[in-house]
Design a protein around this ligand. Structure first.
Ligand SMILES: [Zn+2]
Ligand SMILES: [Zn+2]
Length: 414
């Protein structure tokens, strides 16, 4: 690029096109620092009407003439930049109901304008241009920053308003609020997540008393409800680090991420919410903290060893010497997909490691067993044998039927 290049391009643009100062200046957007395009436009006009030639070094603040930019008549944008304050107002109105610290503006200029812009580029070249959209986003963004106590964030903004110029409409995409924590579950009657009625699949029927739910409460709902109220959100997703069966307690602390969708309020008091949730006897939550999206994947894919305590009822009485056979659970266990989950899991055999086993007799045919095992071990089947689909098993080692009557998760590896 030489100086005649800049001068020549400017002359050509002004002679052959009617451009506002924004659109004229935008063709030189890469020249000079800290200037707005309309300031570049004013510089171009000033140089073309003067003696001195325009070059790359002309785009500096002291060269901006003390004039109001021309915004009204423009074959490219059709005067779009003169309505900037209206766009700002529309965006601010759309964001009013949301609490946000950061935002990222998007705009949709009318398709005719985009077309005009492309034609001009084809004709005049692309050396120093910025797309109109980029300028519009920046100008609206700056004004929103001025009007609110918030800032533009390109990485992860709380809200993403998109202004459609032609339709004069704003769509707001609100980013989820994510909370990480752990929970314990003290009830044998609630599932981890919402469970739709098996009969009506959630639409409501006589069997579920028109609630659409198989279980009236879940860990998910007990945690989410106070959050939905505090954030005035309608929906949430619950991501647990594994799950226990409905009838199993989790006395250990199991990690989760609660994803609150489209929150209107973000400035919430986690300690207060923790207290509100812990006011019930069924669950308890700990260490609530705000987190980011990548935590969801991390929590969902966590493979932690766990320790379980099971109360086992044996079909026949077993002598103390025989109980010592339970030592045989240690080591590798082969588990085919359990009968109870066959309908929703692929049938395959997995190997799992049992790392510790302890037992205590509780009655003539009652045994309490503690097992520490690798992630994904099916404990109820490790006890019953599930028709020899799990080997070894308590039933197999003791030569009698064995059933898990109560199961607790007592430790989860961190
Ligand atoms: Zn224009
Ligand atoms: Zn139902």
């Amino acid at each position: 690029m030489d100086s005649t290049g800049v001068q020549g391009k400017a002359e050509e643009l002004v002679e052959e096109h009617e451009l506002c100062d924004h659109c004229l200046g935008r063709q030189f957007a890469r020249l000079g620092h800290g200037l707005e395009n309309w300031e570049r436009g004013l510089i171009v006009q000033e140089f073309l009407s003067g003696e001195e030639d325009l070059d790359e070094d002309s785009f500096v603040r002291e060269n901006i003439p003390d004039k109001e930019p021309q915004r009204d008549s423009c074959e490219l944008c059709e005067g779009l930049f003169s309505d900037l304050e209206h766009y700002v107002e529309r965006v601010l109105n759309a964001l009013e109901r949301y609490d946000y610290d950061s935002f990222l503006i998007g705009t949709r200029p009318p398709s005719g304008v985009i077309h005009e812009e492309e034609e001009l580029w084809e004709e005049a070249g692309l050396d120093w241009v910025e797309p109109l959209k980029g300028e519009l986003n920046r100008l609206i963004g700056k004004r929103i920053e001025e009007e609110t106590d918030t800032e533009v964030d390109f990485e992860r903004a709380d809200v993403n308003p998109v202004y459609d110029v032609g339709k004069d409409r704003v769509e707001v995409q609100v980013n989820s609020l994510l909370v990480h924590g752990s929970y314990s579950k003290y009830s044998r009657e609630i599932p981890q997540t919402k469970w739709p009625c098996g009969n009506c699949r959630g639409s409501g029927c006589e069997e579920c008393d028109w609630t659409g739910k198989q279980y009236q409460r879940s860990v998910e709902e007990l945690i989410a409800e106070p959050f939905l109220e505090a954030t005035r959100a309608v929906k949430s997703k619950f991501h647990g680090a594994g799950r226990e069966d409905v009838d199993a307690r989790c006395l250990a602390e199991r990690e989760f991420v609660l994803e609150i969708e489209e929150p209107e309020e973000r400035d919430i008091d986690l300690e207060e919410l923790e207290e509100a949730i812990n006011g019930n006897e069924e669950i308890e939550v700990y260490d609530l903290e705000f987190t980011e999206k990548d935590k969801v994947e991390e929590v969902k894919t966590k493979r932690s060893d766990k320790r379980y305590r099971a109360l086992i009822e044996l079909e026949e009485e077993v002598g103390d010497g025989k109980l010592d056979e339970l030592e045989g659970l240690l080591g590798t266990v082969e588990q085919a997909t359990p009968t109870r989950v066959e309908h929703r899991r692929a049938d395959k055999t997995r190997e799992r490691e049992v790392k510790d086993v302890e037992w205590e007799r509780k009655g003539p045919s009652t045994v309490e067993l503690e097992v520490e095992a690798e992630a994904g071990t099916y404990i109820k089947e490790l006890i019953s044998g599930d028709k020899d689909k799990t080997e070894p098993s308590v039933a197999q080692l003791l030569d009698t039927g064995a059933e898990c009557k109560e199961l607790d998760v007592v430790w989860i590896e961190d």
